[in-house]
Design a protein around this ligand. Structure first.
Ligand code: C2E
Ligand code: MG
Ligand code: MG
Length: 604
């Protein structure tokens, strides 16, 4: 068995050819002959005369397309009788003298196929049976880029027998040091689970790419498995590791020049692609990855689980710096957008997206901080009886105080609060605060006025919400008769036992339920009968449309009011801004109204 031993790569932008002119010649010849097959090619006389071994490998498939006489003698002959003509088919194992197996892609020629110029020393431990001694080769592998495709088309390798030099004591010492360095370096740059590169390796690759003159686009694709946590938690860490290894194998199998793969940790992988023609090529690669990394996992219990990936892409043009941290940050924000957009997709991170996502993250941070530090403020807006013009209650509306002293209204933060789940903390704070206000104002209870508190569908559907309400009441020593919960039609659409239980539980605690923004959902009045609700809040859009000349809104409102009354519901019109609206609504039989005409929301 023949083994190659590597002392570890030395990489540099400038090959140390003793004779640069000769190198130029070889490079030119190489680019010309790279398309030809090795067999059948007449030996190029000038190169055959060299004492150095020269061989040319086609980057696309690792096929050796030319070898001069010395190269054939030095290495390739050793395996020629096995009719092997591809670098990765050579029957030797690459190991360091310490026994560390060097992955095949680290052979000098294959590394060069990815665009690196490699200067290395390898040991050819030839077959003892054939009585050949151990020989050391100084190898230089140089990628040749095709001016047409701008891809590495071939690799020229030059080998020089340096066995004699290596026998000196100094050289032995240097060698030992380099072997040690390689082991440490390999470990420091390798992900222990998948044996792919790690984050440090990505940084190093980016640095290498950035240091070279470039003509194409560099793309960093950050891939993240969708719902990996759930997968891990439900199927166990063994299955989780197996899935990560499967993903790693599929990524490794991509084997294209200029493509490098790493795992950052957890379920995050990086594909770094250099010299792409344009953004479209990067997106095409992302599309392929998103498609090919949909994996059906068969669990031990026979269950089938489909896992998918999402990708964020960061690009660097030929004139832009290639800095791993920056690319990773952009790709991370793009990945965030891809996940938000519904997963199993990719998003390209450009300046606009980065700004957008960052603004979102800032708001998210502000909401989180406000919720944690109690920087929420409760505003009250009066609700008026349209017949008596007396105030019958108030709606509690949340505001958020930023660190710069700005007061944000819900439209600026409720979306983010809903997505992040922070809405539940807001809703809990509001019911506690409303209960505190009722306790501090006994005259409210005495006059029969109520405070209406908004509850998101997410909060209302959470099983512990009724106990949150009961706690708010008991902590403030009040019953629920002065509080109304405003839930949306959307909450009722999930006609699940849980919603009925929640409604029953809060009713038992003495609270009434109002259906908010009625008319924006399915507006199914008959449907409301299924639930123990008491009030209906007519959405602002109906009130605004009362002015429409066609009179459609007016007749719809009239119909809603009469059907609601038939169901025993009290109707409140929202967004009343003008006296004529109030008068018209009163004439239509609407019970209550709320809006700027009666009063703006003010701090409680
Ligand atoms: P909503 O429950 O329908 O509340 C009425 C909204 O209409 C309030 O907006 C109020 O300020 C506004 N409004 C009142 N009168 C008028 C008027 O005459 N004209 C116009 N154009 N608008 C008027 P706000 O305070 O910005 O709240 C917006 C929405 O945010 C609320 O709509 C409610 O769905 C939600 N929200 C507010 N506070 C909370 C909360 O504590 N929890 C939850 N889950 N949602 C809340
Ligand atoms: Mg409301
Ligand atoms: Mg409303």
């Amino acid at each position: 068995m023949t083994a190659w031993q590597s002392t570890g790569g030395r990489t540099s932008g400038t090959p140390h050819w003793s004779d640069t002119r000769r190198f130029d010649l070889v490079a030119r010849i190489a680019s010309g002959i790279a398309r030809l097959r090795w067999r059948g090619l007449p030996p190029l006389g000038s190169l055959d005369a060299l004492t150095d071994g020269i061989f040319v490998m086609r980057a696309r498939d690792g096929r050796v397309v030319y070898a001069n006489r010395t190269a054939r003698e030095l290495v390739l002959m050793a395996s020629a009788h096995r009719s092997i003509n591809r670098v990765d088919q050579m029957p030797f194992e690459l190991t360091t003298p310490e026994g560390v197996v060097v992955p095949l892609p680290r052979t000098p020629a294959l590394r060069a196929a990815r665009g690196e110029t490699v200067i290395d020393e390898i040991c050819v431990l030839t077959d003892q049976e054939h009585g050949q001694p151990e020989r050391w080769m100084a190898i230089t592998a140089v990628p040749i880029t095709s001016p047409l495709t701008r891809q590495v088309s071939s690799v020229v390798c030059r080998m020089r027998d340096c066995t004699a030099e290596r026998e000196s004591v100094e050289h032995q010492l240097e060698l030992g040091r380099r072997r040690h360095e390689l082991v440490v370096e390999t470990m420091a740059l390798t992900d222990p689970l998948t044996q792919l590169g790690n984050r440090a390796q990505v940084t190093r690759w980016a640095h290498e790419i950035g240091a070279q003159p470039r003509t194409g686009v560099t793309a960093l694709l950050l891939l993240d498995l969708d719902a990996f946590k759930t997968f891990n938690d439900s199927l166990g860490h063994g299955a989780g590791d197996a899935l990560l290894l499967e993903v790693a194998d599929r990524l490794r199998a991509l084997r294209r020049p200029g493509l490098r793969v790493a795992r950052l940790g957890g379920d995050e992988f990086v594909v770094l692609a250099e010299d792409l023609s344009d953004q479209q090529a990067a997106e095409q690669l992302a599309a392929e990855l998103v498609r090919d990394l949909s994996i059906t996992h068969h669990s031990a219990s026979g269950m089938q689980v489909l896992t998918t990936v999402s990708a964020g892409i960061a690009l660097a043009g030929p004139d832009q710096p290639v800095v791993a941290d920056e690319l990773l940050r952009t790709a991370d924000l793009a990945l965030y957008a891809a996940k938000k957009g519904g997963r199993r997709r990719w998003v390209v991170g450009d300046a606009v997206l980065v700004e957008e996502v960052q603004a979102r993250l800032v708001t998210e941070q502000a909401v989180r901080r406000a919720v944690e530090s109690g920087a929420l403020v409760l505003y009250l807006q009066p609700i008026v009886d349209l017949t008596t013009s007396g105030t019958v209650g108030y709606e509690a509306l949340v505001r958020l105080l930023t660190t710069s002293g700005e007061l944000l209204s819900p439209e600026h933060f409720l979306g983010i609060a809903s997505e992040t789940g922070l809405i539940t903390d807001i809703d809990r704070w509001m019911i506690h605060e409303a209960a505190r206000i009722v306790a501090r104002h006994p005259e409210l209870v005495a006059s029969g006025r109520k405070i209406c508190v908004n509850v998101s569908s997410r909060t209302f559907a959470s099983p512990d919400y009724p106990s949150v309400v009961r706690e708010a009441l008991s902590r403030n020593g009040i019953d629920g008769s002065s509080l109304v919960l405003e839930i949306t039609e959307h909450s009722l659409l999930h006609d699940e036992p849980q919603i009925h239980e929640a409604i029953t539980a809060v009713n038992e605690a003495g609270l009434e339920i109002a259906v908010d923004d009625f008319g924006t959902g399915y507006s199914a009045l008959a449907y409301l009968r299924l639930f123990a609700v008491h009030r209906l809040k007519l959405d602002i859009s109906f009130v605004a449309a009362l002015a429409d000349a066609d009179g459609v809104a007016a007749s719809t409102v009239r119909a809603i009011i009469s059907v609601a009354h038939a169901h025993g519901l009290v109707v409140t019109a929202e967004g009343v801004e003008h006296r004529w609206q109030a008068e018209l609504l009163r004439a239509m039989g609407c019970d209550h109204a709320q809006g700027y005409w009666f009063g703006h929301p003010v701090p409680a």
